[in-house]
Design a protein around this ligand. Structure first.
Ligand code: 13P
Length: 240
């Protein structure tokens, strides 16, 4: 199954939501599932406007309820009509100090609540240049093994050096790395059914190489997902 996931991050003004959803919602899904991930306050609006597409939160709490000021429980996300949650994004890991252990807890509560997690993994340039990307990604997969079980889960390979930099991984590098990711998933989770997406400076201009050579099951798109036409062009590239 192919996916195109639009991670708006902390972008798009409220007045931009309705026109965006009018463009993207109601699309035929025959070459993959479209998922839109808005900031928390817009989840419910977006879910109500979503026809034939899915909605994701960008993170969730590692607890189900209680005195956790500022946090949002997975069940509250479900209440908004949302089925997916992005977890372990590198911006959460690097800017907000999320560790593998915290991400494992978030995965466990999200899955228990019935959300499908999109687990982000990726290496920085130092790790890439030292030839350790494969082991690093395998460790990020290994660290959450106990949380995953047989639940539906999606993995997004997002090299940190490619996020928001305009420098995407080539299809060939993506295929090589995603091969390592798939074998780590097999080794640690005993799963062969997990879709693996690519994210990092994907645009309509570079998407073709990634579709043809990248050995992936779709995309997690940041910047280019803010323009509905550009996001749909990326989605349509999955048709080949
Ligand atoms: P960009 O597409 O802006 O590089 O962001 C990728 C990303 O982080 C998606 O989660």
């Amino acid at each position: 199954m192919n996916y195109a996931i639009a991670n708006w991050k902390m972008n798009l003004p409220p007045e931009g939501i309705e026109p965006y959803m009018r463009m993207v919602s109601g699309r035929r899904r025959d070459h993959g599932t479209i998922v839109v991930a808005p900031p928390f306050p817009f989840l419910r609006d977006v879910a109500e406007q979503a026809r034939g597409i899915e909605v994701a939160a960008q993170t969730c709490a590692d607890q189900e309820k209680g005195a956790f000021t500022g946090e949002v429980a997975p069940s509250m996300i479900r209440y908004c009509g949302v089925g997916y949650v992005i977890l372990g994004h590198s911006e959460r890991r690097t800017l907000y100090g999320e560790t593998d252990a915290l991400i494992a807890k978030k995965l466990a509560v999200a899955i228990a609540t019935g959300l499908t997690p999109v687990l982000c993994i990726g290496e920085d340039l130092r790790v890439r240049d030292s030839g350790q990307a494969g082991p690093h990604l395998a460790e990020q997969i290994h660290a959450v093994t106990q949380s995953i079980g047989n639940a539906p889960v999606i993995v997004a390979y997002e090299p940190i050096w490619a996020i928001g930099t305009g420098r995407n991984a080539s299809g060939a590098l993506c295929a090589e790395t995603v091969g390592e990711v798939r074998s780590a998933i097999q080794r640690h989770w005993s799963r062969g059914d997990v879709p693996v997406l690519y994210g990092g400076s994907v645009t309509p201009e570079n998407v073709q190489d990634l579709v043809t050579n990248g050995a992936i099951d779709g995309f997690l798109v940041g910047g280019a997902s803010l323009d509905s036409a550009r996001f749909l062009a990326i989605y349509d590239a999955l048709a080949v």
